[in-house]
Design a protein around this ligand. Sequence first.
Ligand code: AMP
Ligand code: ZN
Length: 494
Amino acid sequence: MLTIYNTLTNQKEKFTPLHKGEVTFYSCGPTVYDYAHIGNLRTYLLADILKRVLELNGYKVKHVMNITDVGHLTADDIGQADAGDDKMLKAMKRERKTPEAIASFYEKAFRRDIEKLNIEKADFYPRATQHVAEMIKIIQTLLKKGYAYEKNGNVFYDVDKFKKYGRLSNKKLSELKHGARLEDHPDKKHPYDFALWLKAPKNHLLQWDSPWGKGYPGWHIECSAMSMRYLGKTLDIHSGGEDNIFPHHENEIAQSEAYSCEIFANFWVHPRHLLVDGKKMSKSAGNFYTLADIVEKGYSPMAFRLLVLGSHYRSNLNFTWTSLQQAEKNLQKIETFLREIKKMAEENKVEVSSFSERERNEFLKISIGNVKPKHCLDKFVLAVNDDLNTPLALSLVYRFIKEVRKVPRLTPEQIKAILVFWEKVNKVLGLKFDFAEKSDFKKIPATVKVLLERRKKARQQKNFPLADELRKKIEKKGYLVEDTPEGTVVKNKM
Ligand code: AMP
Ligand code: ZN
């Protein structure tokens, strides 16, 4: 039985989807105005782990993650996120590019990051700018039903009209009324109302025609429009970082339920934030990291994935370089173990891919020293099914490896069991190792090989300026260097 903590009810609940065997899952995705930071990536990894656990339970998951390329304003840590500059326009000024160029550049970067982290692809990544018509339609209905009001080309949601407002975030309207941090807008009836549509200043680059004149959508409406468009009126699961609970998700519920008269999402899943050295990440504090920063320091994306798996999603993940170093060591231990098993499998001509599911499950019943793979796998499944307890699940895998290592000589039957065990647990863990030699090393000229060796040493000694210098020298000789979780890959530029 799978249980998940539901923010809506503040308790762990047995998960059952609306339609047997199928799960509709919507996750709030990136605002593509900058690189994703490692906090964002923790949240996306949680969505991936949840999806994999659902699949482990036999569900077919239909997953949608939106790409916000308009409407997300900068003052989103206060009030209703209606104030500040549009994040996209801010980036546009910073980089002197068109909004389309900014969005396309950072969306590509986001896709590269998730691929490096071995995050399973969602079924759709809809972009907000391509769904403005659907947003307008919802806003028109909300106006018709009396849940919204228009003034001077701006449309606001009338929060007083939605009786369930505040249920997700446990906020009472009476408290919001006195709240000090809600920004005022001259056209709002109440400071806690939020924007559905905003009138665009004349030269605003992102604007659309609407029944209320030229303007652009508020941030929250895109998720209502895109989730309903791709997944229907009621979602089984909706996820996003804990900062999304209020106002973003509270407002999504208000808009969607007033529009459709149906429950918007049955389960709300919110991972807690990643902190760096115990503090909120911010560029000004100098503790703001991206996946590229991690790779640049010589760590692999898979080490970050392992670090995320090692903490429970409902606790803050305190990122430190020491913790990442430990994760990298653990990753190497797993990799070495698997490499050895793979070698033994080759030597013993053991392979498991041609066997049926029933046969593979049979292999697991054998004993290996003090462990029984079947028993260990059952416990693993119980752990991940208990509100995604990945730290416990990982500790079971480490114990399994430790016990297997004590066995002096493994039989072919035991090797089969280990291969099947790993295959099954890794469907959830999602660790990626590529044991095949990726570069055609033999064809690389000796001068480049020397430079590569020197660069490897520089990276091991964490001398990154030197490593960078050597990379440039290698590039000048016509070779591209790419640092991957499996080591450095060299490609001929041609
Ligand atoms: P954004 O691009 O700002 O819309 O954020 C994308 C996702 O990352 C949202 O679901 C946020 O809730 C989440 N997020 C933002 N900051 C953090 C953080 N420090 N730790 C974990 N998740 C975060
Ligand atoms: Zn959203």
